[in-house]
Design a protein around this ligand. Sequence first.
Ligand SMILES: Nc1nc2c(ncn2[C@@H]2O[C@H](COP(=O)(O)OP(=O)(O)OP(=O)(O)O)[C@@H](O)[C@H]2O)c(=O)[nH]1
Length: 437
Amino acid sequence: MSHTALQPIASLLIRRVFKWVILCVVCVSSLQAWLNYRAIEENFDMTVNDVARAHLPLLSVAIWDIEPQTIQKQIALILKNPSIAYVAIKASTGQHFTGGDINHLVSGQHMVFDIPAPADASTSVGKAEFVVDKAVLRKELLRSFIIVFIEVVILSVFIFMAVVAILRRDLEKPMRQLADFVKNLQANQLSTKLELQRKPGNGYNEIDLVVDGFCTMQDSLQKHIAHQDALVAERTSQLEAAMKSLKQLSITDGLTACYNRLLFNERMPAEIQRAVRYQRHLSLIFCDIDFFKKVNDEYGHAIGDHVLLAFAKSLAKELRVDVDWIVRYGGEEFLMVLPETNLQAALEVAERIRRQVEQHLFVRMPDGTVLRITASFGVAELKVTDTMESLVQRADERLYVAKSQGRNQVQPAFEAVPDVISKPVLEPVLQAITQPV
Ligand SMILES: Nc1nc2c(ncn2[C@@H]2O[C@H](COP(=O)(O)OP(=O)(O)OP(=O)(O)O)[C@@H](O)[C@H]2O)c(=O)[nH]1
């Protein structure tokens, strides 16, 4: 942005108009003064001629009749005209009459007239010399010039003031309003329309064009911003959805949609802390599908995945929504975290799941055989001294016991509770998993 001091266009134009007015005053005054000079000078000469014409006949008679007093009288009368400063009459008889200020003899303009004889105009009786006073001429010129000058100045001042008023009203004020509006315009105030405060009826000029253009630009900008806002909102919601799904992906297992080990490691310490602080029960069930390797080996990984998914669903069915949570801890190993649940209640839940899996989880193969699934469970309740690792370890140890004691059973990690809650229903398991229904 330029930091040059603001120079309003109207002020610039006013200064220019002022210069032109001065120039016009000088030129018009000079022209008028010259014309006046010509007219006054002409008039001056004519006046002297008129005086001469008026007095020459009387002077002629006075010289003819040799009447010096009359001649002197006539000279005095001629000198009453302020333009004539000095008069000299030279009669042909040699007589010489003068009147007026002799100082003008050198500086004044000399006009000489023949004095005709009274009876015969072709005969001269003498000469009349008028010395014209140029100071009178100059005074007259000066007076005329001053009048012309004052007239031109007054006229110019009126015209100048009118031009200034018009420029101020029609140019400076609207331009100033326009500039102030643009200067103070904020991005969040685009809806404020530019309206110039001026009297209507000035017609549609460039300023109206700029105002209209500005309004159109504001509208387009508003639409553009609204469009951009909508775009940003759309992108933000897409981003939020993507972040949510990314977050979900990062904490869940892609196959079973159970939480993954990462989430377990993050959330479990807090769960333990809360249970310890408020002296609440917290139990952990560690379960593992029996002979799952064989399922994979015999029927392929696709069937294995199918079994894993069905197994995870069986777990969820028996748990409390939004209270208990399931974690896929390893390949076919799952952890169930049961807040507010003591060992006895957790054992009952594990047993229900075991039974549910045993009785309802099977896959019918294309050849008609039915693949039955069982699982083993290790259950541990949180002790005050437990850490996440020690709790998992105790449940894992009980799972190992359940596996080693024949699978398809629930093992509690507490001496007071019987070692084996349930016995495998199907024996031997290897045969059971492919038994027809
Ligand atoms: N289909 C499938 N198989 C998996 C997945 N993750 C792990 N496994 C398989 O699960 C099997 C686990 O086998 P083991 O750890 O030997 O356990 P098991 O065969 O169930 O034997 P026990 O646990 O002792 O009853 C391995 O063959 C793994 O390849 C998975 O996401 N999909």
